[in-house]
Design a protein around this ligand. Structure first.
Ligand code: DC
Length: 233
């Protein structure tokens, strides 16, 4: 069987990462969280005191940024300039910085190149905003997740609480989500978009298990039954 690619796009908090992680586990394939890569770029700008919207300063920063994505036992670690920033990229403030910085062409070109390199080597599931439309336009399976903004904010808050990150109110998280929705879908280069060949799944009233079952139902048997004990995750 040829390598296959699964693309999952959608706005913040629509359940992409939970779904992509469980798809990867169910099929024994690699999961690449592309949002984490933009978060690392946003974090670097914040660390350097650069405004993520400052195109000129960001353009100078990007060639000097060293980013490595490591995969260990099914989980992804993000190494920025030699430091493991897997947890720091989830801190409040980094989400908006990631959205702000992701609009710049040099940032996207560098990240997309890395994503295509990783995706070209094995069976993969990628989640993001532009996976089906730009990163992997020939992906065999494309999904677009949606959910009400309030439900997405509630999930984000819960996810942060699990990581021990507190300090943001529901209203603040909701306002960040609305800001990012607008910005991520209106930027000029590779915006968040549903391609005509993507299957839409509204996750507002679904449990993660239900959403997983829906996605798997669109895959052919040979993929659903292909998981081997030697699979990587
Ligand atoms: O999925 P996330 O919330 O971790 O993503 C953080 C930001 O990164 C998001 O607001 C927009 C940007 N992003 C992007 O532009 N393209 C992607 N493929 C993934 C994320």
């Amino acid at each position: 069987m040829e390598n296959f690619q699964i693309a999952i796009d959608g706005p913040s908090g629509s359940g992409k990462s939970t779904l992509a992680r469980s798809v990867a586990r169910a099929l024994g394939i690699l999961y690449l969280d592309t949002g984490a890569m933009y978060r690392a770029c946003g974090l670097k700008a914040l660390d350097l005191g650069i405004l993520p919207k400052d195109e000129k300063a960001v353009g100078k920063m990007i060639p000097n940024l060293s980013l490595d994505i490591l995969f260990e036992n099914g989980s992804q670690r993000v190494i920025l300039d030699g430091e493991d920033v897997t947890n720091r990229i989830r801190m409040p403030g980094v989400s908006v910085a990631a959205s702000d910085i992701s609009g710049h062409r040099p940032v996207r070109e560098r990240m997309v190149q890395m994503q295509r390199d990783i995706a070209g080597k094995q069976n993969v599931v990628l989640d993001g905003r532009d996976i089906g439309s730009f990163v992997l336009p020939n992906a065999q399976y494309k999904f677009f997740l949606t959910a009400d903004a309030e439900e997405r904010a509630r999930r984000r808050l819960e996810e942060m609480a699990v990581r021990g990150i507190t300090g943001q109110t529901f209203e603040e998280v909701l306002s960040d989500i609305r800001y990012r929705d607008r910005q991520d879908s209106t930027r000029a280069f590779a915006p968040l978009i549903k391609t005509p060949d993507a299957i839409v799944i509204d996750t507002t009233y679904n449990s993660p298990e239900e959403t997983l079952a829906i996605l798997l139902s669109y895959l052919p048997d040979e993929i659903r039954c292909s998981r081997s004990p030697e699979s990587p995750q």
